[in-house]
Design a protein around this ligand. Structure first.
Ligand SMILES: Cc1cc2nc3c(=O)[nH]c(=O)nc-3n(C[C@H](O)[C@H](O)[C@H](O)COP(=O)(O)O)c2cc1C
Length: 338
């Protein structure tokens, strides 16, 4: 049942047509006509956890749990290895039930990436400490993501309807796991209020996964057409607004920008707004499904090249400078939300 759902999420993601807006277009970065830098000096590497990665970019949680998703995970993890960027696996709940094929579809990610790369586990906010430990052991994870997805569950016919106590689960996981615990949304964003609640129970990594990219209300609506949810397609906090508002919390809260990240401009703006890294899911999945590894590699090569051009045009030679010293201006509708 769960593995059919995983396959359907991919199948229906590829059929979605509704275009939300991240509002990253309302962030203005000023051109520097006199950058005192050479292109070759641009350094895009950062330390993520305790490992060095080559770009402030990662492949965000998508899939696992069946033979089709194993093949997709193979391509995604080969990309993560070749670009030396982190990869988060999809929800491992399916593998905690003990099915060997499901477990293998996640383990392949660590096998391909090797010990030197960053692999991140993934479970829902309903997970216990013991489940989080098992999920991490399964892939020798460097960190674990805990996803919050009430909007998706509520429009899913078979989804959860009980959301009480999730903050207590998260607090227990943070207190009992000695690696980074990243709390994430799945495309509807994290408000400052929610970020503050998470911060107060000890969470120090939030992946905002805002609105403007993958839309799980639409995906679930396409899966089950007996109930029309179209009027909810515009629900969510645009990625730029979520990021700016969460950035008002103390700096030891590390932010990850995701939700509608598709190109070099989205990544550069995310870092300028204070994110450590930007995560891509849906857009990369499309490239993998429609043209395999080489197609996706070409896409990543090109956005990385353009990201370096933008860094030069801002006069920023490394990611720390880009993150801490880029002036930005907020225009348009975004101004009203931050
Ligand atoms: C097919 C698909 C499956 C996903 N499965 C998961 C999942 O299992 N766990 C999770 O935390 N997020 C999952 N996500 C959400 C992504 O990690 C991400 O938060 C969201 O798609 C927004 O990013 P995007 O606009 O770049 O796709 C999934 C996304 C897609 C497209």
């Amino acid at each position: 049942m769960r593995s059919i759902r995983k396959r359907e999420h991919i199948e229906y993601y590829l059929k979605t047509t509704f275009q939300g807006d991240t509002f990253l277009g309302d962030v203005f970065l000023e051109h520097n006509a006199l950058p005192n830098l050479n292109f070759d000096e641009i350094d895009t590497s950062i330390v993520f956890g305790n490992k060095q990665i080559d770009f402030p970019l990662f492949i965000n949680a998508m899939t696992g749990g069946s033979s089709l998703t194993r093949e997709i995970n193979k391509d995604l993890s080969t990309l993560a290895r070749d670009f030396n960027i982190p990869m988060a696996v999809g929800s491992q709940t399916i593998a905690l039930e003990g099915d060997e094929d499901a477990i293998d579809s996640f383990r392949i990610v660590r096998e391909i990436i090797g010990d030197q790369g960053v692999v991140i586990g993934n479970l829902s906010g309903q997970a216990s400490v013991e489940e989080a430990k098992r999920a991490m052991d399964m892939i020798n994870a460097d960190a674990i993501q805990i996803h919050l997805n009430p909007a998706q569950e509520l429009v899913m016919e078979e989804g959860d309807r009980e959301f009480k106590g999730i903050i207590d689960n998260i607090e227990a996981i943070v207190n009992n796991i000695d690696k980074p615990v990243i709390v994430k949304e799945i495309g509807f964003g994290i408000s400052k209020d929610v970020a503050e609640k998470l911060y107060n129970v000890g969470v120090r990594y939030i992946d905002i996964s805002g609105y403007g990219g993958t839309n799980f209300i639409e995906i679930e609506n396409l899966r089950n057409q007996s109930f029309d949810f179209t009027e909810l397609y515009s629900w969510g906090i645009p990625t730029a607004a979520s990021l700016i508002n969460c950035r008002k919390l103390p700096n030891d809260l590390k932010l990850i920008s995701s939700g509608g990240i598709r190109n070099s401009m989205d990544i550069v703006k995310s870092i300028a707004l204070g994110a450590e890294v930007a995560g891509i899911s849906g857009e990369l999945l499309s490239y993998v499904v429609h043209g395999g590894y080489l197609n996706a590699k070409d896409y990543l090569d090109k956005i990385i090249y353009k990201m370096k051009i933008l860094m030069l045009l801002l006069g920023k030679k490394n990611i720390e400078e880009l993150k801490t010293s880029t002036d930005y201006r907020i225009t348009g509708r975004l101004k009203d939300l931050v």
